[in-house]
Design a protein around this ligand. Structure first.
Ligand code: UT7
Length: 328
């Protein structure tokens, strides 16, 4: 069973930060950021909470889908930067939008979140015949979790939200979800400090680089090495299940982390970079929101059209990776 995307929506914060703006915090320059990452500017939430951005994106998606919110049976939200540890951002969206008859929960697979969420929602739709529509929302404000003295990381991330209303369909579909937890130390943000007197049986907590709580740490070079392998692997693993190849795909919509990762993956998959939707130049890396923001923009400017085959491919902290192949 596949899915049909009925409508997508997005929200980008009003405030925009250019590369030059970062010169106020760190020793950097526009040329380095453009050539090493492909980023020129990114949005940064100022007054907008994560749930608010999520709500605006969801409202946009519901309006484009032209459905009654009362027919939504499931709300999932992905975020690594929730305003509240609990309740879930999905529960806030559900309340704010008056979606009365829905289950609601958050899902965290870091930057792979949208892919994980789409596949999870599809499984709900497949197994619960009474569920008509699912609302899936990604909303992130990484700017609040940056170390503004770490020039290799703070320049990368942007904020924003995007959402989709989906229903079950018999269109082509495949997915692959993967994880390698041994890479936890390469990309993380702690939520609380570890009490040193507490002894646990696992040595999992050992060996993490020092970083204050609520600040993102990334070993850029190591994550880069992972990403250039994970992206083609995730696509191929999903594609092989249904006997398609990269030549069958009209558009690749990858996680927007670094233009060089996208170019290397395109080479590995033997497809032109012209088949990749790229928004990193004006969005930066918006974690789980990056894939739906890119897809939403491609729908709005008419690049992606009905009947086309799309490969959504994510990778990120966990380390996680995954892909869904759909027909739009
Ligand atoms: O969404 C989660 C997934 N994340 C990713 O996929 C990120 C993957 N990693 C990357 O995209 C890249 O590794 C970065 C963009 C983070 C870094 O690029 P890089 O080409 O790997 O740079 P580097 O860390 O090897 O640093 C090269 C040089 C260093 O200087 P020295 O030691 O060679 O003198 C850095 O200090 O560039 C320096 N540098 C900067 N210079 C100016 C690092 N950041 C900056 C900066 N401005 N902002």
């Amino acid at each position: 069973m596949g899915i049909n995307i009925l409508g997508m929506g997005s929200y980008l914060p009003e405030q925009i930060l250019t590369n030059d703006d970062f010169k106020k915090f760190v020793d950097t320059n526009d040329e380095w950021i453009r050539t090493r990452t492909g980023i020129q500017s990114r949005h940064m939430s100022g007054w907008e909470p994560v749930w608010y951005m999520a709500k605006q994106a969801a409202l946009d998606a519901i309006s484009k889908a032209g459905i009654d919110p009362g027919d939504i049976g499931l709300v999932i939200c992905t975020t690594v930067t929730p305003d509240f540890l609990t309740p879930s951002t999905a529960s806030i969206i559900q309340y704010e939008l008056g979606i009365e008859n829905a289950a609601a929960f958050d899902l965290n697979a870091a930057c792979s979140g949208f892919v994980y969420m789409m596949d999870t929602a599809r499984r709900f739709l497949e197994t619960d015949g009474s569920m008509k529509y699912a609302l899936i929302v990604s909303s992130e404000a990484l700017s609040r979790f940056m170390d503004y003295e770490d020039r290799g990381t703070c320049i990368l991330f942007g904020d924003g939200a995007a959402a989709a209303v989906i229903e079950r369909s018999d269109k082509m579909y495949s997915s692959f979800l993967g994880s390698d937890g041994s890479g936890a130390r390469k990309l993380f943000a702690r939520n609380c400090s570890v009490a040193p007197q507490v002894k646990v049986e696992s040595d999992f907590d050992d060996g993490f680089p020092e970083k204050p709580v609520h600040q993102l740490y990334q070993d850029g070079r190591e994550v880069y090495k992972f990403a250039v392998k994970a992206l083609p692997k995730a696509f191929r693993s999903a594609a092989e299940k249904i006997g398609v190849t990269s030549a069958d795909i009209d558009w690749f919509i990858p996680h927007q982390a670094n233009i060089r990762i996208i170019e290397t993956a395109a080479k590995s998959l033997e497809v032109s970079t012209d088949k990749f939707i790229v928004t990193i130049d004006h969005h930066g890396n918006t974690s789980s929101a990056s894939i739906p923001l890119a897809l939403c923009e491609a729908l709005e400017n008419g690049r992606v059209t009905r009947g086309q085959k799309l490969a959504l491919v994510g990778f990120g902290a966990g380390l996680t990776y995954g892909s869904v192949i759909i027909e739009y």
